[in-house]
Design a protein around this ligand. Structure first.
Ligand code: HEM
Length: 131
């Protein structure tokens, strides 16, 4: 039976598995590997801290994800399609590995943050009514 996400070790497994799948994805993998040339030894521990802060409220993560993605948007396409792929891979990874309240909660939080990030990066154009 699958267990729930309970410890930092669980988050490490989730994050490592997620970014493995991300790297293998033809559409958004290259954003990480070719465009941003991510240093995984640096990025993965940062993401363990990020999710520990988001899920367990331990303020281990210090950073500004919005700024990072605003800078990335100048070099890569970061729109609804890319966020949908990101969310699908994240949800699939959580469901493959875990089951329980925290597993549901981390998916909801990931969705909220991804949707807000997408909204801020791609604000809707104001509609001008001529008549
Ligand atoms: C298509 C969607 C996304 C792409 C392509 C993307 C890509 C990236 C890249 C390339 C970095 C920089 C890694 C580095 O050089 O160290 C990064 C950092 C990060 N991303 Fe994303 N990301 C996406 C969505 C998200 C979402 C939805 C979240 C949160 C739920 C998120 C959370 C973070 C965080 C916390 C960092 C570290 C920021 C820092 O403190 O430097 N990303 N992302």
């Amino acid at each position: 039976m699958k267990k729930d996400i309970q410890t930092r070790e669980d988050l490490i497994l989730l994050v490592d598995t997620f970014y493995q799948k991300i790297q293998e994805n033809k559409r958004i993998g290259p954003i990480f590997t070719d465009i941003a040339k991510v240093d995984w030894t640096h990025h993965l521990p940062k993401m363990y801290d990020f999710w520990e802060s988001v899920l367990f409220g331990n303020a281990t993560y210090k950073g500004n994800p919005m700024l990072t993605h605003f800078e990335l948007r100048d070099k890569a396409t970061l729109k609804t399609d890319e966020f949908d792929i990101w969310k699908n891979i994240f949800f699939e990874t959580v469901d493959d590995l875990f089951k329980g309240d925290n597993a549901e909660s981390i998916k909801e939080k990931a969705k909220s943050i991804a949707d807000l990030m997408n909204f801020k990066l791609n604000p809707p154009k104001p509609r001008i009514n001529i008549i």
